[in-house]
Design a protein around this ligand. Structure first.
Ligand code: FES
Ligand SMILES: [Fe+2]
Length: 380
């Protein structure tokens, strides 16, 4: 970690430029997007300490349902252990560390594929064959348990041994995001795409309304009224905003029924929020989306878009056809973005790269980057 901290120290003058007033500020130094050491420090200071959404409750509806996942190579099992209980634990056998579960599905228990130690779906050890003579007390043995909080249908967990208060973390969004009633929606599908860039470029891209009228002009950019967008900034790099756009469809026409809580609003309402580090929430009058951005390596990232609709949407007459069109529309938007962020990634490693000035429309991005600098330069 010393190497990473040294690198961070060498970036001090670049960070000062990012911290300057928005109208004079410059983007982050290229090294934070390409260095292996800084990536490791981000794991330590960001992904292993922040609350992270790892999926939806409805993805594991029945007792025994489970899914497996990895956050920066830390494998976990997310399982339904009771009608009202969701469990998250490390997917790492207590014997040698092999993953005891894989993929997703339904299980009565997990048998480690290496030497067959047996765990219940919550991770409690229930049998260790060939270990009768061992002097180790296995009575309370369990896969390492992680804390779980549920918010509006999302499962949050935290890898820290001393996690900060979830209620404090979520409070601004619980208070302000009247439009993101994701607990009242159902998951229609997920769109997943791997992009060859650092995770921060994608998080920034999802905030960046400045580019929408340019690269998305053939998809949805023409419908966004960008010049007047103001952001409400929240603590710890969070933000949200409301503006005028059209539903996500090629023609801009609304296809799915209006969200019950948006009936009094104009049909052109659009809302967006960012919860640090990796969540981006968005609403059009007929739908919600949550984007999860997962670092895979310093220069590769997986983006997962959860497509959420109220119950009435699932019974429109031509649902399958409309959903196929909607999914390909979302995929096309990400594909348009991917070309840009991969080019940014290339630039960040160039010896000639100089961070450019921020645009006034990059206010939320500026807010988030200052928070990033705080986290990466803090003394602890
Ligand atoms: S590693 Fe799991 S039983 Fe040996
Ligand atoms: Fe975009």
């Amino acid at each position: 970690m010393e190497e990473a901290l040294n690198q961070i120290r060498t970036l001090a003058s670049g960070f000062e430029k990012t911290r300057d007033h928005l109208l004079r500020a410059r983007h982050l130094p290229g090294d934070v997007y390409s260095s292996n050491e800084i990536y490791a420090l981000e794991k330590d200071r960001i992904f292993m300490t922040h609350w992270l959404s790892v999926g939806r409750v409805e993805e594991i509806p029945n007792v025994g349902d489970y899914m497996t996942f990895s956050v920066m190579n830390e494998p976990i099992i997310i399982s339904r252990t009771g009608p009202e209980t969701v469990n998250v634990c490390m997917n790492m056998c207590l014997h040698r560390g092999v993953a005891v579960a894989s993929g997703c599905g339904h299980a009565k228990d997990f048998s480690c594929p290496y030497h067959a130690w047996l765990f219940d779906v919550g991770g409690k050890l229930i049998a260790a064959p060939g270990m009768k003579e061992s002097e180790v007390d296995f009575r309370d043995a369990k896969l390492k348990q992680l804390p779980v909080k549920i918010w509006r249908g999302w499962i949050f967990t935290n890898f820290s041994s001393e996690p900060p208060s979830f209620e404090d973390y979520i409070e601004p969004y619980e208070r302000e995001l009247w439009w993101f009633q994701s607990g009242e929606c159902r998951l229609a599908d997920k769109v997943e795409i791997d992009v060859k860039c650092n995770w921060k470029f994608l998080v920034e891209n999802l905030i960046d309304i400045y580019h929408v009228g340019v690269i998305h002009k053939s998809t949805f950019g023409g419908f966004v009224k960008g010049e007047k967008i103001g952001f409400q900034l929240e603590k710890d790099g969070g933000w949200h905003t409301q503006y005028q756009a059209r539903p996500h469809s090629k023609s801009g026409e609304q296809v799915f029924p209006t969200l019950p809580w948006a009936k009094e609003e104009s049909s052109g309402i659009a809302c967006k929020a960012g919860i640090y580090p990796n969540l981006n929430l968005s609403m059009r009058s007929d739908s919600l989306r949550m984007w999860h951005v997962w670092p895979m390596s310093p220069d590769s990232t997986r983006i997962v878009c959860y497509l959420l609709f109220p119950e009435a949407a699932f019974s429109i007459p031509n649902y399958d056809e409309e959903m196929t069109k909607y999914k390909s529309f979302v995929r096309q938007i990400i594909t348009e973005d991917a070309v840009m962020v991969e080019s940014l990634q290339n630039a960040s490693g160039s010896r000639f790269f100089v961070p450019g000035p921020m645009a006034p429309l990059e206010q939320a991005l500026h807010h988030m980057e200052k928070h990033y600098i705080d986290l990466m330069t803090s003394a602890t």
